[in-house]
Design a protein around this ligand. Structure first.
Ligand code: ATP
Length: 138
C-alpha cells in the first residue's frame, strides 16, 4: 500500500480539529502508521516547502507553520496520496467542495498565506521525500 505525509497545520491544531481530520482519514479506511505533534523549525519547513522558495507567500507560509504546533502523520492505504488530497479538497477553502476537510471546515481569514488546515503529499516522489524529512527513522 501507498504512504503519504499528512500535516494538520497550526490553524487546525489551534481549532481542535486534529481528531476530526484523523477521524476522516480512518473512516476512509486508511491506516495511521506514524503520528506526532511537534513544533517545527525553519530549516525543516524550508526543505518541506523548497518548491515555493522565492514566491511571495513563502515567508508568510513558513511563519504560519511555526506559529504553533503541527500534527504530522504518515497515512497508508491503496492510492492514499490521491485519496487524501481528495479528502482535503482544493487549496482555497472558500471554494473547496463541501464534504472535504477544507470545504467543510476551512475559513479564509484574508491573511497573506492561505490557512487551509491540512497538507497532503502531491505525488509518490513528494511523499517519499516528505516522509524522509518528517520521519527519518521510518
Ligand atoms: P494543493 O496542492 O492542494 O494546492 P498544497 O498544500 O500542496 O495544496 P501548495 O501549492 O503546495 O498547496 O502550497 C503550499 C501551501 O502554501 C498551501 O497549502 C497554502 O497554505 C499556501 N499557499 C499556496 N498558494 C498560496 C497563495 N497563492 N497565496 C497564499 N498562500 C498560498
Amino acid at each position: 500500500p501507498e504512504r503519504t505525509l499528512v500535516l494538520v497545520k497550526p490553524d487546525g491544531v489551534a481549532r481542535r480539529l486534529t481528531g476530526e481530520v484523523l477521524r476522516r482519514i480512518e473512516a476512509k479506511g486508511y491506516s495511521i502508521v506514524a503520528l506526532e505533534q511537534r513544533i517545527v523549525g525553519a530549516d525543516l519547513l524550508a526543505q518541506h516547502y523548497a518548491e515555493h522558495e522565492g514566491k511571495p507567500f513563502f515567508q508568510p507560509l513558513v511563519d504560519f507553520m511555526m506559529s504553533g504546533p503541527v500534527v504530522a502523520a504518515v497515512v497508508e492505504g491503496h492510492r492514499a496520496i490521491e485519496g487524501f488530497r481528495s479528502l482535503a479538497g482544493t487549496t482555497d477553502p472558500t471554494t473547496a467542495a463541501p464534504g472535504t476537510i477544507r470545504g467543510d471546515l476551512g475559513r479564509d481569514w484574508g491573511t497573506a498565506v492561505v490557512q487551509n488546515l491540512v497538507h497532503g503529499s502531491d505525488s509518490p516522489e513528494s511523499a517519499a521525500r516528505e516522509i524522509g524529512l518528517w520521519f527519518p527513522r521510518l
